[in-house]
Design a protein around this ligand. Structure first.
Ligand code: TA6
Length: 279
């Protein structure tokens, strides 16, 4: 089942429901902001302080970072994480059966996008809502010259408590610590006792997010970099759409093409960034 809904301020979203799962996806940013298995707690974290306002990215769910991850290195005045998460996407395909709903949303270059990104492109975002969540962002170069992108599916996981979770599968991987602006080798599992903002490189295996009552298996395709981020108290207090205690119940594990894992796409070629989350 799919329904077109809107909040009282006119902010539009899609509501998806089948026998095993349900989800909500904003047309702005093709931003999935709710997903859960029927009768279970949400997989995705959504800030209680998030706005659903045109032009403002929802805080939580899975923001799409494209065509650059983080700060735009050539023009720091450009929006962080690119511009597609505040653009209006179009639903172009929807299929379903009893236990699976699949939809595709589309964003193509326009005069608005050309202000940020001087290339012709087509983005198709495929979302599969079932007893697992699958997300795939497919970039097509519709221009006559190659372009390079960095990107991320910036997934906010809903966790019991940041002090009680850990991440495994990244041991012995090199990571760039954005806070210290230098690289380190991961020693053992990742546990959380302070702000963490890291880009793990050369990761070609599933990773596990282990909570007290759930273990998530996160498998990426078309990606060899994962971003792990928790703002901790001080940054939670300062960030838009966050409350001071937000850091306690969220953890971002982002399927990415970041840093050295950038992708150069030739004219008429495509690249897909895909993640599957099972639990
Ligand atoms: O993915 C981690 C990160 O780059 C952090 O440095 C923090 O800025 C976070 O993304 C959220 O960024 P946003 O632009 O959504 O506030």
């Amino acid at each position: 089942m799919i329904s077109f809904k809107q909040f009282s301020n006119g902010f539009e979203y899609l509501e998806i429901k089948n026998e095993v799962s349900k989800a909500k996806i904003a047309l702005q940013g093709a931003h999935i902001f709710e997903y859960s298995k029927i009768g279970e707690k949400p997989l995705l974290w959504l800030s209680e302080a998030s706005e659903f306002k045109l032009g403002t990215a929802i805080r939580g769910g899975v923001p799409l970072c494209w065509p650059w991850f983080g700060v735009n290195k050539t023009d720091t005045n450009m929006p962080q994480h690119g511009f597609v998460r505040t653009m209006i996407w179009k639903l172009v395909e929807f299929t379903e059966n009893d236990e699976c709903s699949e939809l595709t949303l589309l964003l193509s270059n326009s005069k608005e996008t050309l202000v940020f990104w001087p290339y012709k492109f087509e983005l198709r975002y495929k979302i599969k809502v079932a007893d697992e969540l699958t997300l795939e962002l497919i970039t097509k170069n519709c221009d006559v010259k190659a372009f390079s992108i960095t990107q991320a599916l910036h997934t906010y996981f809903n966790i019991s408590n940041i002090s009680d979770v850990f991440v495994s599968g990244l041991e012995n991987k090199l990571y760039f610590d954005s806070l210290k602006q230098k690289s380190f080798m991961q020693d053992g599992n990742i546990s959380f006792h302070k702000e963490v903002d890291r880009v793990y490189q050369d990761v070609n295996n599933p990773i596990l997010l282990i909570d007290v009552d759930r273990t998530y298996t996160i498998t990426n395709y078309g990606s060899s970099s994962f971003v792990v981020w928790n703002p901790w108290l001080e940054k939670s207090t300062k960030m838009s759409g966050m409350k001071s205690n937000s850091y306690e119940s969220m953890l971002c594990i982002e399927s990415a093409n970041a840093l050295d894992d950038f992708k150069t796409i030739e004219p008429n070629r495509v690249h897909g960034l895909k993640t599957t989350i099972k639990f």
